[in-house]
Design a protein around this ligand. Structure first.
Ligand SMILES: O=C(CO)[C@H](O)[C@H](O)COP(=O)(O)O
Length: 221
């Protein structure tokens, strides 16, 4: 029987467990693949001290499994962060934020020694940008930033009815062909009112566990 996308996500989540050191606090991402990882983490919960979550949703799922959730301020630097992506290149540059958790994801990733990206094969691309780039913005800056994004060649669309865990809104930017993700990440960060953009290029993944019908492939930076 052919493997489903969920089978591939579960397989990479299982593979990611090998990167979790004993007795550590684990950084945990957000989304359907991260949820599979949380479920795998529950099986070894007696071997870890707890987790730092990148969203309220992941915190709830972790706690539902009886895993202690710590604040990043209490946990300090983390050995490993495990999360999915909406798109990733072989250079380990990613677009993230499809689930709207990009800001906390970027913070927890920054505070982690290793970023393990867990994806099914559909997420591997040559050029980023087919998936609309999420940008979290302060609500009063929404229209100003949208105009600036149009000048950069994008087509921003407000994510209707969605508020981030930080009380902000998301602009999803369509039609960007992101040839230089490091440069664009920096440019977007400099727009007043941008909290975080969904490009994870300046700090990309260290390891990509890619779920394919032939098994889990490991790519490194
Ligand atoms: O960045 C994210 C959430 O903000 C997720 O990692 C990304 O959207 C991938 O999600 P999924 O594993 O459900 O495909």
């Amino acid at each position: 029987m052919a493997l489903t996308q969920d089978d591939l996500k579960r397989a990479v989540a299982q593979a990611a467990i090998a990167y979790v050191p004993a007795d550590c606090i684990v950084g945990v991402g957000t989304g359907s693949t991260a949820n599979f990882f949380i479920d795998e983490l529950a099986k070894i919960k007696h071997k870890i001290r707890g987790a730092v979550a990148s969203s309220e949703a992941s915190a709830k799922r972790l706690q539902g499994h009886g895993i202690e959730v710590l604040s990043l301020n209490d946990a300090g630097d983390l050995p490993v962060y495990v999360d999915g992506a909406d798109e990733i290149t072989r250079h380990m540059h990613m677009v993230k934020g499809g689930g709207g958790a990009l800001t906390r994801e970027k913070i927890v990733a920054a505070a982690s020694k290793k970023f393990i990206c867990v994806c099914d094969a559909s997420k591997l691309v040559d050029v980023l940008g087919k998936f609309p780039l999420p940008i979290e913005v302060i609500p009063m800056a929404r229209s100003y930033i949208a105009r600036e994004l149009v000048k950069l060649g994008g087509q921003p669309k407000l994510r209707e009815g969605f508020t981030t865990d930080n009380g902000n809104v998301i602009l999803d930017v369509h039609n960007l062909q992101i040839m230089n993700p490091v440069e664009l990440e920096t440019t977007l960060n400099q727009l007043a009112g941008v909290v975080t953009n969904g490009l994870f290029a300046r700090r990309g993944a260290d390891v990509l566990l890619l779920g394919t019908p032939e098994g889990v492939k490991t790519l490194t930076a």
